[in-house]
Design a protein around this ligand. Sequence first.
Ligand code: ADP
Ligand code: MG
Length: 277
Amino acid sequence: MEQPIISLKNVSYAYPHATGDHRAALSDITLDIQEGDFIGLVGANGSGKSTLARMLNALLVPVEGEIRVDGMLTSDKANHDRIRETAGMVFQNPDSQIVATSVEDDIAFGLENLGLPVEEIERRIADVARRFDVADLLEREPHWLSGGQKQRVVLAGVVAIKPRILILDEPTSMLDPRSRRQFHSLVKDLWRGGVTVIYITQLMDELALADRMLALDAGRVVFDGKPLDIFSNDELLERISLEAPLAVRLARTLARRGCKLRPVPLTLGQLVEEICG
Ligand SMILES: Nc1ncnc2c1ncn2[C@@H]1O[C@H](COP(=O)(O)OP(=O)(O)O)[C@@H](O)[C@H]1O
Ligand SMILES: [Mg+2]
């Protein structure tokens, strides 16, 4: 197999001032992620998802064990700039990531930090502005945009750097349903274009198409496998406070009434297809 794009070996982390039973935010995590995968990272509040996300672009480094991103050790500060160019991150709250007073300057910010020539910066801004539907907003003050627009500006700024990995930490949790769908579909397009996606969400419908699901519970990996396998495991879902996607729950209710759908649908589209042919 090719070298994994991300590799964790026996990674543990504890926040410096944490105390009590759950001192360790992450405990002994070993896993590899292959380039091009769409990974759903799930778990209850406080299970360690954001801590793991921050580790993957070297905002935090392991207390024990090691992480490599595209072969680069995250504990070596000399690698940090290149790791952050390789692994872009989008957080839950776009206001925490918007730094400039116009949308254009905000997208330009990361590109200027890369030291790119002005023409290349302009080309990249025009490209992401078109792809993420923010071309009409370039002169606007980010502060006054809607949540959905802000999150697209953040995504545009991150993608302009051309990262090979995107880490998204509950990126749609502050958006309305329409903006949520739009944002999610932009992420799917990026993934289809070859970007490795690590997607953290409480909304299981957003993960129906994931290649692989990782579930954390109290800082440990308690599931690593296919979406359908975690969504069929009631005991585990209950333990980590998750609910299977609507299509899976509907299919199971139908099955109890004698109407068995095979394969079990993960999306409403698949469910309708199987019922109506
Ligand atoms: N800055 C911090 N300082 C101390 N403890 C923290 C900090 N951030 C998170 N934690 C703790 O680390 C654990 C994992 O948190 P987090 O990674 O944010 O989980 P999740 O993103 O799954 O909700 C929790 O017990 C949380 O209280
Ligand atoms: Mg979190």
